[in-house]
Design a protein around this ligand. Structure first.
Ligand SMILES: C[S@@+](CC[C@H](N)C(=O)[O-])C[C@H]1O[C@@H](n2cnc3c(N)ncnc32)[C@H](O)[C@@H]1O
Length: 206
């Protein structure tokens, strides 16, 4: 067993960070998710959870979604966003952080985790592992889905694509005994594109 806190980083991690940072800067003015979608997800949480204290959003670019969750959730909990690019700290409630990595203070701390950026993960098993580990028992992980997550659309910037059914199967297998996918939420529209959200829930006893 390792007794120190050494960390290794691969050439793939470095390359992925460069590509994602470049993509982030090219699209820095662009906001993908709309406030009404976050409002729908907030209503879903408000109906199911009480005393929410903390949430996490991954891959947030301009920091908008974490602000909208705080605004629409009962009790206005703290919601932090992660962003790999060095532009992260130009935006509110955002830290520069690779969402594949766990952070000790987040373990078991979040009422919910939200991401519309999971298709940017170069190691989705590692990313989902980190996200589910940060959930409180009974907490929710929301992953948006739509035509833009189609496996046929993968490229260097969006290296992971999966059908909704495939994503559901992956999560149910990876987290067997820890949690499961519980619902597909109709999340409104992004311009002309419908957004749906796969809701995964950690077991209350996990
Ligand atoms: C499609 S954009 C979505 C931005 C935002 N959520 C929105 O709705 O406008 C994906 C964002 O995720 C960031 N990102 C990509 N890989 C990441 C990683 N490993 N950790 C944290 N952020 C990442 C990118 O830099 C980019 O800003």
């Amino acid at each position: 067993m390792r007794t120190d806190d050494r960390k290794t980083i691969s050439i793939w991690d470095i390359r992925a960070k460069e590509i994602q940072t470049l993509g982030n800067k090219l699209k820095l003015e662009y906001q993908w998710v709309a406030e009404d979608h976050v409002e729908i997800l907030s209503s879903y949480l408000n109906e199911r959870l009480s005393d929410m204290t903390f949430g996490l959003c991954h891959g947030t670019r301009r920091g908008a979604e974490q602000g909208w969750f705080t605004k629409h959730l009962t009790g206005h909990p703290a919601v932090i966003g992660t962003e790999i690019s060095d532009t992260a700290t130009d935006f509110p409630a955002t830290i520069q952080w690779d969402f594949h990595d766990t952070k000790d203070e987040w373990t078991g701390a979040a009422d919910f985790v939200y991401s519309n950026s999971w298709d940017h993960a170069h190691d989705p098993y590692k990313a989902f592992g980190a996200w589910v580990s940060s959930l409180k028992p009974g907490g929710f992980m929301f992953l948006d889905h739509g035509p833009n997550y189609d496996p046929k659309r993968v490229n260097e910037l969006d290296p992971f694509g999966m059908s909704l059914k495939g994503l559901e199967t992956l999560l149910n297998q990876q987290f067997d005994g820890i949690g499961s996918c519980v619902e597909v939420i109709e999340g409104g529209m992004h311009k002309t594109i419908p957004i749906i959200t796969l809701a995964f829930r950690k077991h209350a006893t996990a």
